[in-house]
Design a protein around this ligand. Structure first.
Ligand SMILES: *Cc1c(COP(=O)(O)O)cnc(C)c1O
Length: 421
């Protein structure tokens, strides 16, 4: 599908007068409409709930918008739990899906009354040591091993993944937890990331539904939810197909009717923990061209760098680029679009066909709303950028200021050095 920025050149200039580039900007109207479409796609399931994966976009304003749309939070760490708590999201509005879990993180999740998703069978003893009384409801993370395929395509290799436990271990953990007083169970699995086929969730759900039936028969446990976790992807490339959430919801419903309903599991809730799908398309990284150089290739140098968006450098990921004001110009130039890190992989685009670019042009890097600002880092003393919310009425709000050198040096507090900032 053709990619269009949700930001015009005029609007970008207006914002940049107040909040200098680079900044991440989020489209509130898009976020809300998408969250509603997800909810509608699963409205056939009475207990359906999306727990937004906080790691994708850990900003309280974003969590609040999603909470208003009925979403909870999926947290993996103590700090992410604090973020949810700050927005007033606690209790069963929080899913705690962690691994290699520190004691204080587990305790915080317990104290908040979150659903606790155990990554391993050994965590039953760990949980018992940390908390006064095991929760009434506990979730267990499943790892089926082997490879996970859709049709003839291998999507991922669960056997190489550090997450989850085997089916036998799940049965053992359930029996142990039931003895300790747990009454209800959830099942969780995350088997493939950034899938752009409509078949991932339906296939995953079929696996988990059949597993629930087997575990129910083996242990007599009561299951209250199946958590399909994250993994629905977005079309980063314009020529890529994009997911049809209504078709995905319907695909899961058919498996639910087939496997769950006849086995007395028709009242089980479906949970999701989507991150990318909820936010990626509704974020742009907005950046200004600082320099242009002509050596063996043509280079465009931006005021943003990989510290603002790591995915291209880390995964070679494609992110579409729009030059604002030149949306309809011919793509008759080929550029490497780079940031200023002392790392040659700091390139947002390599040999990309774009319209002719000049110094001062404003570029939008698309699909940065998830795993964008959140993966930011401070290499080379680069400071993390601001985050801005574009409201449905066209107004904008700074929802996180840019870092300053003072922030960068803050952890040297109490040392004998003085920084002139
Ligand atoms: C990262 C993660 C998610 C979200 O994944 P997306 O690909 O952003 O949808 C959900 N659940 C868990 C446990 C995760 O680690």
């Amino acid at each position: 599908m053709k990619k269009t920025a949700f930001l015009s050149l005029e609007k970008a200039k207006e914002i940049a007068q107040v909040i200098p580039t680079p900044f991440h900007i989020y489209d509130e109207a898009g976020i809300r409409a998408n969250a509603r479409a997800l909810k509608a796609a699963f409205s056939w399931n009475k207990g359906f709930r999306e727990y937004f994966a906080v790691k994708a976009t850990p900003n309280p304003y974003i969590l609040q918008i999603l909470h208003e749309e009925g979403c909870g939070c999926d947290c993996a760490t103590y700090t992410e739990l604090l973020l949810a708590e700050a927005v007033g999201i606690t209790g069963h509005d929080v899913m705690f899906s962690s691994n290699v879990t520190p004691r204080e993180d587990l305790l915080k999740a317990y104290e908040m009354g979150a659903y606790i998703n155990l990554d391993d069978a050994t965590y039953v003893d760990f949980l018992e040591q940390v908390v006064d009384k095991v929760p009434e409801t506990v979730c267990l993370r499943y790892n089926p091993g082997g490879s996970f395929s859709l049709g003839n395509t291998i999507m991922d290799m669960p056997r190489d993944a550090k997450y989850g436990m085997t089916e036998d271990q799940m049965a053992g953990a359930i029996l142990k937890l039931m003895k300790l007083g747990t009454k209800h169970f959830g099942i969780h699995a995350f088997l493939a990331s950034n899938t752009t086929t409509n078949e991932y969730y339906p296939e995953l759900s079929a696996n988990l539904f059949r597993l629930a039936v087997r575990l129910k028969n083996a242990t007599g446990a009561h299951f209250s939810f199946i958590n399909l976790s994250g993994g629905i992807g977005v079309d980063y490339r314009p020529e890529q197909p994009c997911c049809d959430i209504a078709a995905i919801g319907e695909g899961v419903r058919l498996r639910f009717e087939k496997y769950m309903v006849p086995n007395g599991l028709g009242d089980v809730a479906i949970f999701t923990e989507l991150g990318r799908y909820m936010l990626a398309p509704y974020g742009h990284l907005v950046s200004t061209v600082l320099h242009q150089k002509h050596i063996y290739r043509e280079y465009i140098g931006l005021d943003a760098c990989a510290a603002d968006l790591m995915r291209p450098a880390m995964y070679g990921a494609y992110h579409h680029i729009t030059v604002l004001g030149k949306e309809d110009a011919i793509l008759d130039h080929v550029y490497d679009v780079t940031g200023g890190l002392c790392e040659n992989n700091d390139k947002f685009a390599i040999e990309r066909s774009l319209p002719e670019i000049h110094i001062g042009d404003i570029l939008v890097i698309h699909d940065t709303g998830a795993h964008g600002h959140s993966m930011g880092y401070n290499y080379n003393g680069k400071l993390r950028s601001a985050e801005v919310l574009l409201r449905p009425d066209g107004s904008f709000k700074l929802i996180r200021r840019a870092e300053t050198p003072k922030d960068y040096f803050a952890t040297f507090d109490g040392t004998e050095f003085t920084f002139n900032c």
